[in-house]
Design a protein around this ligand. Structure first.
Ligand code: PMV
Length: 335
């Protein structure tokens, strides 16, 4: 177990209350970054180089149930996961941080994702956030959102944002212990916003975002420019949310995603998450815009595209992208 992480968790849990239940249950939404987190200033504590902003995906995410047990068992979408897989090892390592606080040598964790796992649709974000929320339910810690976000961040950076619905900002923070690196909700509701998920390829990624991030920071010559671009995009996106300027929001989010992928492609050896279909789809989105349709794309560490648009363009988007899955981030939060 990593001692730095353990001490971080111990400090957060030192003032928490206890009223143990038999089963802890929670849901956390997936989220899509409008200004991406790319690069860590601390690998162990998952501390980011830059602040990021996301929008949560309403009722699309992870449902988790957790029970104490004498060994770890992970059941994902009704299938028992072999204990030797990278997935199980990562979860067990994360749970090591909580065993003594839960008085449990092991846990049975059952998770159902209603988003494709590992296809660039941020299932690790909702997965770790739901796990922390379920632990909080199991133990009766009654942690506040800041502490829940700090704990989820240890599992996966983007999980720190999945504690909340709606727009979320994750402040990178400056402290070396990570105590100021957590997410907060942005108190703006924008019910007309829609997200369309265009699945290009749902198979397991060749490289995880975690590994790609590490390699990119270490070898991409373009990475040096990323923090200043991200800071500029963050500021524009924050303002566009406050004044509800959709074109400013969408165009900046698209620029941000394309910039991140440009930086990633400069990694040695080259990493390109886009497939030829991703490029074609981005062109279609551009041509829709030239026909006055206000639609913008964002892409995470995978080939799949998420389009951002307002409710009034729904028909056009569904006609253009036959298999698009529409998400109403503000309408489906409590479903
Ligand atoms: O939290 P991680 O390690 O899965 O990294 C997420 C990275 C991106 O999805 C590409 C960007 C982001 O901010 O979510």
């Amino acid at each position: 177990m990593n001692d730095i992480q353990y001490q971080f968790v111990k400090k957060i849990l030192s003032t928490s209350s206890h009223s143990a239940k038999e089963v802890g249950r929670a849901f956390a939404p997936s989220n899509i970054a409008l200004c991406k987190y790319w690069g860590k200033r601390d690998e162990v504590l998952n501390l980011p180089v830059n602040s990021s902003i996301s929008i949560s995906l309403g009722n699309k995410g992870s449902f988790t149930e957790i029970k104490r047990s004498n060994k770890d068992t992970f059941i994902l979408n009704d299938e028992i996961i072999d204990n030797q897989t990278a997935f199980s090892c990562r979860l067990s390592k994360f749970l090591d941080l909580f065993r003594s606080h839960c008085r449990a040598p092991g846990f049975e964790v059952r998770t159902k994702n209603n988003i494709p796992t590992s296809a660039g649709l941020a299932s690790s974000a909702s997965g770790f956030a739901a796990l922390v929320l379920a632990l909080n339910d199991l133990t009766g810690w009654e942690l506040n959102n800041k502490d829940l976000s700090l704990l989820a961040r240890l599992g996966s950076g983007s999980a720190s944002r999945s504690i909340y619905n709606g727009f979320v900002i994750w402040n990178a923070g400056k402290n070396i212990d990570g105590s100021d690196s957590y997410s907060q909700s942005i108190d703006v509701k924008w019910p007309e916003i829609r997200i369309g998920i265009i699945k290009i390829d749902e198979s397991e990624k060749k490289i995880s975002s975690r590994d790609a991030m590490k390699k990119c920071v270490a070898t991409s010559k373009k990475y040096n420019f990323w923090p200043s671009f991200a800071a500029e995009h963050l500021c524009k996106i924050q303002n566009s949310i406050i004044v509800k300027d959709f074109d400013m929001l969408g165009s900046t989010a698209e620029k941000n995603a394309l910039k991140m992928h440009e930086v990633i492609r400069d990694t040695i050896p080259r990493i390109d998450f886009f497939t030829s279909e991703t490029y074609q789809c981005l062109e279609r989105i551009k041509s829709l815009r030239s026909n006055n349709v206000s639609v913008y794309a964002t892409v995470d560490a995978g080939p799949n595209i998420k389009v951002l648009f307002l409710e009034n363009e729904l028909k056009v988007i569904c006609k253009e992208f036959k298999k698009v899955e529409i998400i109403n981030p503000f309408g489906e939060m409590n479903a």
